[in-house]
Design a protein around this ligand. Structure first.
Ligand SMILES: NC(=O)c1ccc[n+]([C@@H]2O[C@H](COP(=O)([O-])OP(=O)(O)OC[C@H]3O[C@@H](n4cnc5c(N)ncnc54)[C@H](O)[C@@H]3O)[C@@H](O)[C@H]2O)c1
Length: 448
């Protein structure tokens, strides 16, 4: 099939474009970010995802994947259009639809009644009508087949998630749209009857629903994961009161097959481009009809509280004097394995510390370029060891495994007197940190 992917230089768009091209479709990725499109034309990925550059090079050399900034032309030459532009939150909790508006307007005239428009972007219930209105305003047809196909990939494992999805959700009122999507996803659902050399899942649960069900599946999934994180942080606070260890508690809890271990790591809370944004959007649009989503609000409040918990712990380690102290931050990405620092809670913690008069020197294996754009008043160092120099306190905020190899005892020598470590992600044990000569605070850990 001839497929256009709008927003094709972003996380979801690029992975979708590469994945569909590997499945043998003729794909054109379009994006307004011309610098990223130029990189992609040279098979250089603007996002960090294992295997993506090899897949880019392979599909581009076969000619099945191309990139352009000309959305109208790309859509004109395609029968299926995947829309994967960003849907960031506004300050009031509503969803910013600006990227969607520009994208829909720029493709309007190129759509024909034969086009299937597949929406991958996470959009609140009711937004399909907004899209139809925009198409009509822009002088295009809105008699196309609309499909909601929410994305569940996890950054840092995106390409793998494309080929091994937990489920495929297709929400549409159009039987033609449903049929075409079944064809596109047939290799995932055929149990191996379609031959392909690609290592991929062949029996993926396939859920066909109304569009609004598909939208709610996406929002409810992220709200549920966020709930687990706030829950375990609440249990961590209780552990501190009663002298229990959250590591042991979460381990024992997670072996219950009804519960499982994932999203049960106590830490600084949930950040990143999806969990918080989608929870806020769900609270916002579910509240419009007079319903009060109390549980969801509590999940969000607990997450905000966790930032204050971290700041209080830092303050405690520094004898209640943050102003003028030098703090070394290790970890800026919202989780290990990605260069994405958008909505990373590390940056929120750093911003609070800077506002309180601390000097912040930060490092991350991948996310410095992203972080630099968002928090401009911190100093950044590529070398994690450099953040220890003259620091009063070291703060672990992303659980990059390589930080475990730091020689803490040696590094404590280049720090100020009586150095501290606040381990916001429980990367190392109290014993390891204290025996290297540091004052220690973690999350949900018993006092020594
Ligand atoms: N990142 C994730 O892990 C993830 C997971 C599941 C769902 N989602 C959802 O997928 C959507 C995309 O998220 P993302 O993280 O890939 O965003 P992103 O910011 O990485 O990518 C969006 C891309 O769209 C491009 N764009 C903006 N306006 C455009 C236009 N008018 N025409 C063409 N391109 C345009 C941007 O330049 C950017 O490259 C969001 O709705 C998000 O909630 C994201």
């Amino acid at each position: 099939m001839d497929i256009a992917v709008i927003g094709g230089a972003g996380y979801v768009g690029l992975i979708t474009a590469v994945g569909l091209a590997k499945l043998g479709h003729n794909v054109i990725g379009t994006d307004i970010n011309s610098a990223r499109i130029e990189m992609l034309r040279k098979s250089i990925s603007p996002i960090h995802e294992p295997g993506i550059e090899e897949a880019l090079a392979e599909t581009q050399s076969l000619g099945t994947l191309n990139f352009t900034t000309d959305t109208e032309l790309a859509v004109k030459n395609s029968n299926v259009v995947f829309l994967a532009v960003g849907t960031p939150p506004r300050h009031d909790g509503s969803t910013d639809l600006n990227q969607l508006r520009t994208a829909v307007t720029s493709m309007a005239k190129a759509l024909t009644p034969d086009t299937v428009l597949v929406i991958k972007s996470t959009l609140p219930a009711g937004t399909l009508n907004v899209i139809k209105g925009l198409l009509a305003e822009a002088g295009g047809t809105n008699k196309i087949d609309f499909v909601i196909n929410p994305e569940f990939l996890s950054e840092g494992n995106g390409l793998n998630d494309f080929f091994f999805p937990s489920r495929i959700v297709v929400g549409t009122e159009s039987s033609r749209g449903a049929k075409i999507l079944r064809e596109i996803f047939a290799p995932f659902t055929d149990g191996g009857s379609i031959t392909t050399d690609i290592l991929m899942s062949r029996n993926v649960p396939y859920i066909e629903t109304d569009p609004v069900d598909a939208q709610l599946i996406k929002y409810a999934s992220n709200a549920f994961l966020a709930t687990r994180v706030s829950f375990i942080n609440e249990v961590a606070a209780i552990c501190e009161q009663v002298g229990a260890d959250i590591g042991k508690v979460a381990e024992g809890l997670g072996y219950d097959p009804r519960i499982g271990h994932r999203y049960l790591q106590a830490g600084i809370g949930f950040g990143g481009p999806c969990l918080e944004k989608d929870l806020v959007a769900l609270i916002n649009f579910s509240g419009l009809e007079g319903h009060t989503p109390q549980l969801l609000k509590a999940v969000l409040d607990r997450n905000d509280e966790q930032i204050r918990v971290i700041i209080r712990k830092i303050s405690g380690l520094l004898d209640n004097q943050i102003m003028g102290k030098r703090i070394g931050v290790l970890g800026l990405a919202f989780k290990p394995g990605t260069n994405d620092a958008r909505s990373s809670l590390s940056l929120r913690v750093m911003t609070s510390l800077l506002e309180m008069g601390a000097h912040v020197v930060a490092s991350d294996p991948m996310a410095i370029p992203d972080a630099k754009e968002i928090v401009t008043s911190a100093r950044y160092e590529e070398d994690p060891e450099a953040v220890f120099k003259d620091a009063d306190l070291i703060l672990f905020l992303t659980a990059w495994p390589e930080y475990k190899d730091l020689d803490l005892a040696q590094l404590s020598k280049v720090m100020k007197k009586a150095p501290s470590i606040m381990d916001g992600v429980n990367l190392m044990s109290r014993k390891t940190i204290e025996s290297a000569g540091f004052k220690y605070a973690g999350i949900g850990k018993p006092t020594g």
